[in-house]
Design a protein around this ligand. Sequence first.
Ligand SMILES: [Zn+2]
Length: 283
Amino acid sequence: MSNIVPPADADARRAIKPVICYPTETLPKPDIGLYQAAFEGAEKIDEVIIPARDAASIEVPAGHLLRIICPEGPQVGDLDLFNSGNLDERFYSGKTRALHGTHVSIGDQLWSSFPYMRPMATVMEDTLAWYGIDEYGGSVHDVIGTRCDPYTGRVLNGVDYHYCCHSNLTRALARARGLSLPEAEKYVHDVLNVFMCTGFTRDTGQYFMKASPVRPGDTLGLFAEIDLLAVQSACPGGDCSSEHSSDAAQCYPLKMEVYKPAAGSLEGWQSPAVNAYDGSHGC
Ligand SMILES: [Zn+2]
């Protein structure tokens, strides 16, 4: 870089104001008030504990609430979402990031992959919404990380670690759908990093993590816009204050709970249809 001479108008070029790539004003707005009212005193119909350094899955019917809970100690989760009836339709972290930003909270939606591209879930509860963006540029519940995985661990450190979120998610999906591990692995995708506190360093633009502010009792509530299979790993990084992809960090379990809405409480809500674009790409 040092031998590259800046042009005379370098400062003027840098000073140009950015524009938002995808203004979201035209997106259909989820009725968060309607969702929240539907689950006041709602009945819990299912739950699963995600053991520390492992993953588990749960079915969430459309119109139900998936509540992700930190029950014991600071712990982050790596969440994959699938259309329960079609594993090809799955969470699209990159498009969610492009639309809603690097981190999600109440009112943001989690979008599915092409060619379906519709909201799979809507964030309707977030007890960490107070955190905002800290002085390092860090925030909670990111859609920028991928998931800890044995391949990157091997490239960086030359070690194999089999309780990475990628491996945990693969095993849990294989169990849930009766797939072989190689079959299941193909469906595992970039996650929503639940409770994780991350950002990019200002000086080098590198992805960073820091101790999650999550404490026992904190929850992230996702309204299922379509029938979902939720698969989540309790990351071997624990609160991700130091390292992942090893047995070093203190780790805790997570919990997933499914709630049924009060009868007749979702009047006016409809499960979104798949994107009507016909895939002809203008040809
Ligand atoms: Zn992980």
